[in-house]
Design a protein around this ligand. Structure first.
Ligand SMILES: Nc1ncnc2c1ncn2[C@@H]1O[C@H](COP(=O)(O)OP(=O)(O)OP(=O)(O)O)[C@@H](O)[C@H]1O
Ligand SMILES: [Mg+2]
Length: 477
């Protein structure tokens, strides 16, 4: 349940927000003045505050200043009318998370709020770096008792106590983001903001402006000044995720911030001074990127002050039973019932598997198995075929029903995960192409049978073969 507090002196606005957020996932409280809002905050404990700038009594900026002084981690989104963006910029400098322009666009509001809530969660959910399996509130720990994880916990503890830049490396899904949050939560800056920026997910041209902001007119489309994450996060911690994916220009700017704490907004020439702690992560081999001149060597040394290598899951198989318990407990809690158990034979198989997607893959596999399991125990046959080693043909559900549909949605979620990591992957064409190839293989290139299997006409199949350039022995039968 997410708690939103709306502070606005106009009843119409409060009413329309009540309509937009009439959902079981959101609890909305409203206040009609800054004073009232400030009184409500300690009682209601919102995850996010939405606030009008222009109000009778204490105005939005003053209220924001007070909120920031008493709780720098509480995120605030300001709402302002067109033409008063200068105030919005002021608000960002005071540490507002973002601002919304009136009149509102409901889709934009929802997106922005979803992002802000994720940032609020990152800051608030304490990630503990000790295995906490026995305790009551163990949900958010980094789980692991293996030698390799003990080493990780030690490093996290050491780097958290200092203000040094840390570089977390490791394969996808090994828990890099979790480790970054654990460092933050145990650092001296834990009462200040934590903002994560995924350098791979933001288009190159926008990343620099996201990090450092821009001046009005800095480039086509820059109609207003914008405050970047470094400025917003002053005194706090910034998490540069996928740091290996930055352009040389952005690398140069990051180097300068790390060396001197200064930068300029894109298109600006006034140096801005900030005090930000940087934690970086990457699944790339940065030494190789340096050798290939894709990553600045001087920047590499600057971020590599403390290196935390996250071990791949296959190298710490002794943690697998522990992780299985942890995730089943978590899934059980989410769904409001007792956790399912796992057959010993299934555990043995999980311990042997090579886990290319690491802990994330394990969690997904368990979620899927949870759906497949017909009783309160997960059996070998409930595990995904790539793990249980069954041929995919054997797992095609004989009855097309819930099972098959949930298989497909698990698959879709997996594909979206990949697509998020690899922007070049176009999900639908990629899947379509693969389906056509597999159908032709399955039917020994019999187009009639393949089309039937795919549920499309033969003419459509032919078009697809041509479109995707699938060259095969086409035996028409
Ligand atoms: N040791 C662990 N204990 C519990 N959960 C973990 C552990 N490691 C990872 N997870 C969970 O696995 C998922 C992936 O972790 P995370 O996002 O931190 O990985 P990552 O290394 O940043 O991956 P990517 O490179 O794909 O971004 C998350 O849901 C995280 O909570
Ligand atoms: Mg990550």
């Amino acid at each position: 349940m997410n708690k939103l507090l709306l502070i606005d002196d106009e009843e119409d606005v409060r009413y329309s927000f009540q309509r937009i957020f009439d959902s079981p996932e959101v609890e909305l409280a409203t206040a009609s003045s800054g004073e009232e809002g400030l009184k409500l905050i300690p009682k209601f404990k919102p995850d996010l505050v939405l606030m009008d700038v222009r109000m009778g009594g204490m105005n939005g900026l003053e209220t924001l200043r007070k909120i920031r002084a008493s709780d720098p981690k509480l995120l605030v989104i300001l709402m302002t009318a067109y033409g008063t963006t200068q105030t919005a910029i002021e608000a960002m400098k005071l540490g507002a998370y973002d601002y919304l322009l009136k009149p509102f666009d409901a889709v934009k509001i929802k997106d922005l709020i979803a992002n802000a809530l994720k940032a609020a969660r990152d800051m608030k959910q304490v990630v503990s770096y000790q295995p906490l399996l026995e305790s009551e509130d163990y949900e958010l720990g980094i789980v692991g008792r293996s030698e390799a994880m003990q080493q990780v916990f030690k490093l996290i503890g050491q780097v958290a106590a200092s203000d040094a830049t840390a570089l977390i490396t490791g394969e996808s899904g090994t828990g890099k983001e979790l480790a970054a949050r654990a460092i933050y939560h145990h650092s001296n800056r834990s009462r200040q903001s934590f903002l994560a920026v995924n350098c791979a997910a933001i288009p190159e041209q926008l990343l620099e402006s996201e990090l450092f902001g821009h001046e009005r007119g800095a480039f086509t489309g820059a109609t207003n000044q914008r405050i970047g994450k470094f400025e917003q996060c002053d005194k706090g911690t910034i998490f540069l995720d996928e740091i290996g994916d930055m352009t040389p220009a952005t690398q140069t700017k990051i180097l300068r911030v790390l060396q001197s704490g200064t930068f300029e907004r894109v298109g600006g020439n006034q140096p801005i001074q900030v005090d930000v702690r940087v934690i970086a992560a990457t699944n790339k081999h940065l030494e190789q990127a340096v050798a290939a001149k894709q990553f600045r060597e001087d920047l590499f040394y600057r971020v590599n002050v403390v290196r935390i290598p996250m071990p791949p899951l296959r190298e710490r198989a002794d943690d697998i039973p522990l992780l299985v318990n942890y995730f089943l407990e978590k899934i059980g809690r989410e769904q409001g019932h007792a956790p399912k158990s796992v057959a010993a034979s299934a555990i043995r198989l999980l311990e042997k598997y090579h886990w290319p997607g690491n802990v994330r893959e394990l969690e997904n596999a368990l979620r899927r198995a949870h759906v497949m399991a017909k009783s309160d125990a997960i059996l070998l046959s409930d595990l995904p075929p790539e793990i249980s080693g069954q041929s995919p043909g054997a797992t095609v559900a004989p009855t097309v029903g819930e099972g098959a549909v949930s298989d497909v949605s698990a698959l879709a979620r997996q594909l979206f995960q990949w697509a998020k990591r690899d922007p070049k992957l176009k999900v639908i064409p990629a899947v379509e192409r693969e389906l056509v190839i597999q159908a032709l293989k399955e039917t020994a290139d019999n187009q009639v049978a393949a089309a039937k299997l795919l549920g499309i006409t033969r003419a459509t199949l032919r078009k697809r073969i041509e479109k995707f350039g699938i060259q095969r022995e086409l035996s028409v039968k």
